[in-house]
Write a protein that binds this ligand. Structure first.
Ligand code: MSP
Length: 613
């Protein structure tokens, strides 16, 4: 069925703009930022000013002088509790936020829930709840999961918050006043799960949505439309002049080809959906969920006790430095959203990064498909560090990645329990036995002429550049390589043997322990964005307080933090090794026979880990 647009009611426009909002035609400006004034967005082919910064941009106007870095996760639909796929974006965002904080930036990490629309109303009804109760409950389960996963967000916005509604309405009025909203009939095929009208050509057999594998339904509605087509040229210009706007680069091609194939206006209201924000001056229609939810990135910036208007919100941190999203919602973020912002005369975010999917048997894991992995269960079984580390290390950020419990256990045991945890344990054991748990000399002195120091410095730099470019898996790999280098040093130097020899050999062995512990300290700092609790445990065994851990910065990855005389804690495993089942455990153990490992074990019940949301 071909979508048909009837623009005969175009003139109904004049009925709108209920607020007669005086439009501020001045765009907000910050360096390295897109900005649009009304003149520039007159769509006559004039160029938008845009940023040319080569890496993730920050604003240089933090209140206390620090650069501000604003990043967002998508606002999650509350049709069902979170699953591992939704947690994935948030884990990645949290690691990026933690890394940016280590760089000394003032980070505003925004997440939240998307609570309006047909999909939510239907799932509330199916659960015998009214929509508001349902939203409260599910939104709360997101917060609970973020707590379990050590997600340190700064703002949690719900699209049912009154402050959000006020900002959506103000934004709508701006777009309307710019002449970009009109009324028309629409007929097409709708995917309720995507909350989107689909083009026939993108559908599978029987008009099935390719993402949700469910048939789309024929709909005919009288709606308000946003004049997206007017923004074709400005969008093309933005992307060609600043290709880093969409990341990874292969997603840019996708976006460019959508735009090239011709942008069509999209409907921004629903006549058949009550559960939403009423269209200003027409309470028979509600605002389309995407035209509502995207504004959450701005409304989240406001404080509850402050004046709730667009201008105030924008002044508190807009534009965002980074929107982190899954690839399925790229079109909304890289096409619709920038066009909406241009229409309202607002700055564009600096970057949209579309990551891949976590899959189960090759299919996108999702609430609608019912093939999800239960994150609460996973965290309970394995702890937040293991879950965070596994998904960030195992899945190349940007690509899809499949989950298997065997692989999970293998990776976290090998990397976190053995390479990192065990190295610390062995070293502290030797230090206690031979040096009364006290460092004999400063780590800088201990490392004089030792090539390991240079190796570690290079790997730290590699980790930093990878974190900066959002290559999170490679960042984890670089940190693990530091651990490998430490283990190699330990094995080559064999300090346990040198201690037995006594004299200068024992003195050298005591220095070796300082060197390895300094390596551990650097690992703790460099791994802290990904595995914050594990890093804290390492840090406290090295004799530091919680306050000292909380004040670390990326500068602390420099060699030389540990000083002579510092007293270490007793060795106790910082990461509990996961035991699969007796047979697999035996297999895992084989190559390590004869080593004193001091491992702790977590017994894994062989319960299925795939649960339907
Ligand atoms: N509500 C919209 C977003 C509005 S943002 C203003 C939405 N919500 S969602 O709950 O369906 O999805 C939220 C995010 O979770 C999306 O980025 C989506 O890609 C991500 N994931 C959902 N399932 C996923 C996987 N199986 N794997 C990785 N991420 C996936 O879309």
């Amino acid at each position: 069925m071909a979508a048909r647009l009837n623009t005969s009611l175009h003139n109904a426009l004049s009925l709108l703009n209920p607020f007669n909002t005086p439009l501020n035609t001045k765009a907000f400006y910050s360096r390295n930022t897109f900005r649009f004034s009304k003149k520039l967005q007159s769509l006559s082919g004039k160029r938008a000013l845009y940023c040319t910064s080569s890496s993730l941009g920050s604003q240089e106007n933090g209140v206390d002088g620090a650069e501000t870095f604003v990043l967002t996760t998508p606002l999650y639909y509350v049709n069902a509790p979170p699953h591992m796929g939704s947690a994935y974006t948030t884990i990645a965002a949290d690691s990026i936020a933690r890394f940016q904080r280590l760089l000394g930036k003032k980070v505003i990490f925004i997440t939240g829930t998307d609570e309006h629309g047909e999909k939510i109303a239907t799932s509330a009804a199916a659960n015998g709840r009214n929509p508001a109760e349902h939203c409260d409950l599910i939104s709360q389960s997101y917060r609970a999961l973020w707590k379990d996963l050590d997600i340190a967000y700064d703002k949690f916005i719900r699209t049912t918050d009154p402050k959000h509604e006020a900002i959506v309405k103000e934004f709508y009025a701006r777009v309307f006043a710019n002449g970009d909203i009109y009324r028309a009939d629409y007929e097409g095929l709708y995917c309720v799960n995507c909350e989107e009208y689909k083009d026939e050509k993108e559908l599978l057999e029987n008009n099935c949505c390719p993402v949700h594998q469910a048939p789309c339904v024929a709909r005919k509605e009288d709606n308000y439309f946003f004049a997206l087509s007017k923004y074709q040229k400005p969008l093309e210009d933005i992307l060609s002049q600043n290709p880093r706007f969409v990341q990874p680069s292969y997603r840019l091609n996708e976006v460019q080809s959508w735009i090239k194939s011709g942008l069509r206006d999209f409907s921004i209201s629903r006549a058949l959906v009550d559960w939403g924000i009423p269209v200003p001056d027409d309470d028979k229609q509600t605002i389309y969920v995407w035209f509502d939810a995207l504004l959450g990135y701005i409304s989240a910036l406001t404080e509850d006790n402050e004046q709730q208007n667009l201008e105030t919100a924008l002044s508190l941190g807009w534009p965002a430095s980074l929107h982190l999203i899954g690839k399925d919602i790229l079109r909304f973020h890289a096409v619709y959203w920038p066009a909406m912002l241009m229409s309202a005369g607002l700055n564009l975010p600096k970057m949209v990064f579309g990551h891949g999917f976590l899959t189960k048997d090759g299919m996108k894991m999702g609430k609608s498909l019912g093939n999800t992995l239960e994150p609460f269960e996973l965290v309970q079984k394995f702890g937040p560090d293991a879950v965070r580390y596994f998904f960030l290390r195992e899945v190349e950020f940007g690509n899809d990645g499949d989950y298997s419990e065997d692989r999970f256990i293998k990776i976290v045991n090998a990397h976190l329990a053995n390479t990192i945890g065990n190295l610390l344990n062995r070293t502290l054991g030797l230090l206690k036995k031979n040096c009364e748990s006290t460092l004999v000399v400063d780590s800088t002195i201990a490392a004089e002429g030792v090539p390991l120091k240079d190796t570690v410095e290079k790997l730290v730099e590699k980790a930093r550049t990878n974190y900066e470019s959002l290559s999170l898996s490679s960042a984890c790999e670089a940190v693990l390589e530091i651990g490998n280098a430490g283990n190699t040093y330990m094995d080559q130097r064999a300090p346990w043997f040198l201690f037995k020899q006594g004299g200068v050999s024992a003195e050298a062995a005591a220095k070796d322990l300082v060197i390895i512990l300094e390596v551990m300290r650097i690992i703790a700092v460099a791994l802290s964005p990904v595995a914050p609790c594990l890093s804290l445990r390492i840090y406290s065994q090295l004799g530091y307080s919680l306050d000292q851990y909380n004040s670390i910065t990326w500068n602390d990855t420099k060699w030389g933090g540990l000083k002579g005389g510092q007293v270490m804690e007793q060795a106790s495993p910082v990461f509990a090794r996961i035991e699969l089942n007796p047979e697999k455990e035996e297999e895992e153990k084989k190559p390590k026979v004869g080593k004193k490992t001091g491992k702790a074990k977590v017994k894994v019940e062989q319960t299925p880990t795939v649960a339907e949301a």
